[in-house]
Design a protein around this ligand. Structure first.
Ligand SMILES: C=CC1=C(C)c2cc3[nH]c(cc4nc(cc5[nH]c(cc1n2)c(C)c5CCC(=O)O)C(CCC(=O)O)=C4C)c(C)c3C=C
Ligand SMILES: [Fe+2]
Ligand SMILES: [Fe+2]
Length: 340
């Protein structure tokens, strides 16, 4: 037998040479804002050992016991407050970002999107890109600040899929972009415009990042340093001498010590300390989601006003608006250099 294309067995359809794919990935979200869907989502998310770094034998009984019997109902209530006709904001915005990037890249690459937990699954979307002829794929976790709990687990999940393939695509990953001039100037431009559009002048701007257990910093995760650097560069680029800018960490989970200062504690302390007008932005989130729309814009507002604050604004993430999309196009094109 001669070794021709026809006689060599394949484990996927033949691909056209030169096909380039881009897979945008964000965290994940439940399919619906009900307790059962949230429980399914949290079970997958919180079973990831990149997220909760405890031995399985210790963590799984706690997760299956206390956590999954109480949290899903509470979180489902929170999700219901932010759910839209297009579904979960995180999924709807990520879908829009993928469509916007596809428009910008034209025929140079095929763009799809996936979620690390829930749907659409990373493995299925990698397969779809390959089925569409992509031999080279840029995996783009939409996390500006690198963290093992977010960025690394996306790469792990993609590797799980590649492990099943005889003929793998060539894979690149988007590096963290926490200090990239495109990202910093997109944020400065967009946050500056949002601040100018407010009907009050804030005394304080909180830059609130998602928290992490503090021990991950001691173990060498660069996340905390990346957040601090982003905050410093955004503050410099905003260039507002009249605005006090503070960095905080939100969404504490569990009993361990998390990165500080905590956003909720600072909102209360600022109001009690005399700050009357405050704005909060979440530069680490590429898309608005539960953590920005509920935790900051709803609960955060309540905390600040109940403690004596008078005016509060939660600024939008970059989402699929022009400054964020131009930034995404620029950093993706750079990573595709040599491919397109
Ligand atoms: C140990 C628990 C958690 C770690 C560590 C963690 C890190 C982490 N998360 C994000 C981004 C998002 N998290 C979101 C929701 C969310 N996060 C946790 C817990 C941990 N996150 C939970 C339990 C939840 C679900 C909601 C809840 O029950 O509170 C989301 C929003 C998802 C959505 O559907 O809108 C995002 C985005 C980052 C960036 C990060 C580490 C840097
Ligand atoms: Fe989280
Ligand atoms: Fe939260």
């Amino acid at each position: 037998m001669t070794w021709t294309e026809q006689t060599v067995p394949r484990d996927h359809a033949p691909v056209e040479s030169g096909g380039i794919g881009v897979l945008l990935v964000n965290l994940g979200t439940p399919d619906a804002p009900d307790t059962a869907s949230v429980r399914r989502y949290l079970a997958e998310f919180l079973s990831d050992r990149r997220v909760v770094e405890l031995p399985r034998l210790v963590w799984q009984p706690i997760l299956r016991g206390a956590v999954l019997t109480t949290r899903p109902r509470r979180s489902a209530h929170a999700y219901r407050q932010i759910w839209t006709d297009a579904g979960s904001p995180l999924a709807a915005i990520t879908r829009e970002q993928a469509a916007g990037l596809q428009d910008r890249l034209g025929g140079a690459a095929q763009v799809r999107w996936a979620m690390r937990y829930g749907k659409p699954a990373i493995g299925d979307e990698l397969q779809a890109l390959m089925d569409a002829g992509c031999e080279r794929i840029l995996l783009a976790p939409l996390y500006p600040q690198y963290c093992a709990a977010t960025t690394a687990t996306v790469v792990d999940k993609a590797a799980d899929k590649l492990r099943t393939m005889r003929w793998q695509p060539s894979l690149r990953t988007l590096p963290p972009y926490h200090d990239d001039p495109h990202y910093i100037s997109a944020l400065a431009h967009d946050l500056g415009a949002q601040l100018d559009a407010l009907d009050f002048v804030p005394e304080v701007l909180l830059l609130s990042f998602h928290g992490m257990p503090e021990r991950t910093l001691r173990l060498g995760d660069p996340y905390h340093c990346h957040c601090r650097k982003t905050a410093r560069l955004v503050a410099e680029a905003l260039g507002r001498a009249d605005l006090r800018i503070e960095t905080t960490f939100q969404s504490r989970f569990g009993r361990a010590k998390w990165l500080e200062p905590a956003t909720d504690a600072v909102l209360t302390a600022e109001a009690q300390g005399g700050t009357r007008r405050l704005a909060v932005a979440a530069p680490g989130f590429s898309a608005d989601c539960l953590e920005t729309l509920e935790e900051l814009a709803i609960s955060g507002r309540e905390q600040f006003l109940e403690a004596g604050g008078e005016r509060f604004a939660a600024l939008a993430c970059l989402n699929a608006r022009a400054p964020g999309m131009a930034m995404l196009e620029a950093i993706v094109r750079r990573e595709l250099a040599g491919w397109i």
